[in-house]
Ligand binder design. Structure first.
Ligand SMILES: Nc1ncnc2c1ncn2[C@@H]1O[C@H](COP(=O)(O)O)[C@@H](OP(=O)(O)O)[C@H]1O
Ligand SMILES: [Mg+2]
Length: 267
């Protein structure tokens, strides 16, 4: 299968899943559906839709999904779709716009396709997005997107060292889009996340010419036995030495772990 065809599929399935979720969210708000039910319905229906499409169009591929059962089979597979049917679930269930759908393809050791659908912005970011070549206005503080509900301690320290502004938002995909779109200069996360939270955003960011790595500067790797990938930095390549240096200073005595957890075991 050629990667251009896989990329079209990733963008299309993410877009359609996102549009269904957007309609579900509007309907639920209009009818006063509780946030718990909206969250469960969103996760379930998006998972079912994406799994059905990939199962029909790519029957030989494996799937690693936040909402699906994991299996050891994917460790010997050549191609694994890594999906988060609804990222920013909390924000979705609160009726907010900062959520996304992530669909990525890992093939032979690397990300080969990926798409992040952003229904509130009417956008999908993937392989065909414009390269990010802008510089921030002079004398403007660096703006760093962080989790709205779990802003990491390291980000607060980095902001202190660089006199940067932290911008809280939901969803890894939404924050990545904010960097690609120039609304912020970086997205910094630590303290916990899984492969499905970052695979599609990282593919889209790298396609746009951005830096994406672990917060110690090492490469992000996918389809690992334990899909725990707790931290992430996305920013312009030119800003990466400054940010990685500040993160290094900030992680001394920081309580957040950047080590891979071995807590999840495969059946
Ligand atoms: N400390 C942590 N441990 C595990 N997952 C985390 C985490 N912090 C953030 N995440 C996950 O990363 C995604 C983006 O988080 P945030 O919106 O806080 O930036 C969310 O995915 P889901 O919404 O798919 O669960 C969230 O659950
Ligand atoms: Mg997620």
């Amino acid at each position: 299968m050629d990667h251009a065809t896989d990329q079209v599929l990733a963008e299309s399935v993410a877009w359609h899943a996102g549009e269904s979720l957007r309609r579900l969210q509007s309907w639920a708000i209009h009818h006063g559906v509780g946030s718990g039910k909206l969250k469960d319905d969103g996760d379930r229906t998006s998972q079912e839709f994406i799994a059905a499409v990939l199962g029909r169009l790519r029957p030989g591929d494996d799937i690693l999904s936040e909402e699906g059962l994991d299996s050891r089979d994917r460790l010997s597979a050549r191609r694994v779709w890594i999906i988060d049917p609804l990222d920013g679930t909390r924000e979705f269930s609160e009726g907010r716009p900062d959520w996304a759908v992530h669909v990525a393809l890992w093939e032979d050791g690397a990300l080969a396709a990926g798409a992040v659908a952003l229904p509130s912005a009417g956008r999908v970011i993937g392989a065909c997005i414009k390269q990010v070549d802008f510089a921030p206005p002079e004398n403007q503080k660096l703006r760093i997107a962080v989790s709205r509900s779990r802003a990491p301690e390291v980000a607060e320290r980095v902001a202190g060292e660089l006199n940067a502004e932290l911008v809280p938002m939901g969803s890894a995909g939404f924050k990545t889009w904010a960097v690609v779109d120039g609304q912020v200069d970086a997205y910094l996360h630590a303290g916990g996340q899984y492969e499905w939270d970052s695979a599609a955003p990282v593919f889209a960011a790298q396609s746009a010419g951005l830096h994406a790595s672990r917060i110690d500067g090492s490469a992000l790797t996918y389809n690992e036995p334990v899909p725990y990938l707790p931290d992430l930095l996305i920013c312009r390549v030119a800003d990466s030495p400054l940010l990685l240096g500040a993160i290094k200073n900030a992680t001394v005595n920081c309580t957040e772990s950047t080590k891979t957890s071995a807590e999840r075991t495969l059946p």
